[in-house]
Design a protein around this ligand. Structure first.
Ligand code: PLP
Length: 217
């Protein structure tokens, strides 16, 4: 199947409240152009340098989402154009994004990454740290960022019960967080292997790479 066909199959299956982020990390410009020609405008990358190189040569109406782990000293390279940062996992990072956004007179939308998986290798806030952050007055001072939701990655496993349980936990936490921050609208969960479960459990943003572009090396 071509990139175009893969995109169509996935998009046709999505409820209208779910947005597809096409994860193009490691893939060449030509693949992104093919997806763009098929109408896709939202792309996700996990390395700031790679995303910036692609952003510079591709059409300017693409929305670039940073989905990977972020080093604070690299935020400045994407602050001018990034449309959504999914993986915010500390107050220090939020402060740096705010500082760089201010230089470009922008308000950068961000998602707070939550640690839901069993593996320790995945980044993110636990419930306690999340609560501390959202109730602190420090985030109110950050005028150039806007927290619009939460993001999480389930454990890498074939056990769909486990995956569903983790997505349910994240959805619950999302609802709780909304009682403090009522404007939250986005819940980023689900990848190629688990996005169908994620949608059933309340995802609004799925991040799909290999099911569109084929497997990565
Ligand atoms: C690579 C990546 C994805 C996409 O993974 P696929 O399994 O190829 O769909 C989604 N989210 C994050 C954070 C990623 O790093």
């Amino acid at each position: 199947m071509s990139i175009k066909d893969n995109l169509k199959t996935i998009k046709d299956s999505l409820p209208s409240h779910v947005q597809l982020v096409a994860v193009s990390k490691t893939k060449p410009i030509a693949d992104i152009e093919e997806a763009y020609a098929a109408g896709q405008r939202v792309f996700g990358e996990n390395k700031i340098q790679e995303m910036t190189e692609k952003q510079q040569v591709l059409p300017k109406d693409i929305e670039w989402h940073m989905i990977g782990h972020i080093q604070r000293n690299k935020v400045k390279y994407m602050a001018e154009y990034v449309a959504l940062i999914h993986g915010v996992d500390s107050l220090k990072l939020l402060q740096e994004i705010n500082k760089q956004a201010k230089k470009h007179n922008r308000i950068i939308p961000c998602l707070l990454q939550i640690h839901i998986a069993e593996e320790d290798t995945k980044f993110g806030f636990d419930e306690k740290d999340l609560n501390e952050l959202i109730t602190s007055n420090e985030i109110e001072q950050l005028a150039n960022i806007k927290i619009i939701g939460l993001m999480g990655m389930a454990t890498f496993t074939d056990n769909t019960l486990q995956i569903r349980k983790e997505f349910k936990q994240l959805k619950n936490l999302f609802e709780k967080t909304k009682s403090v921050l009522p404007h939250l609208s986005q819940l980023s969960m689900g990848m190629s292997g688990d996005y169908k479960i994620a949608i059933e459990e309340g995802s609004t943003l799925i991040r799909v790479g290999s099911s569109i572009f084929g497997s990565r090396n």
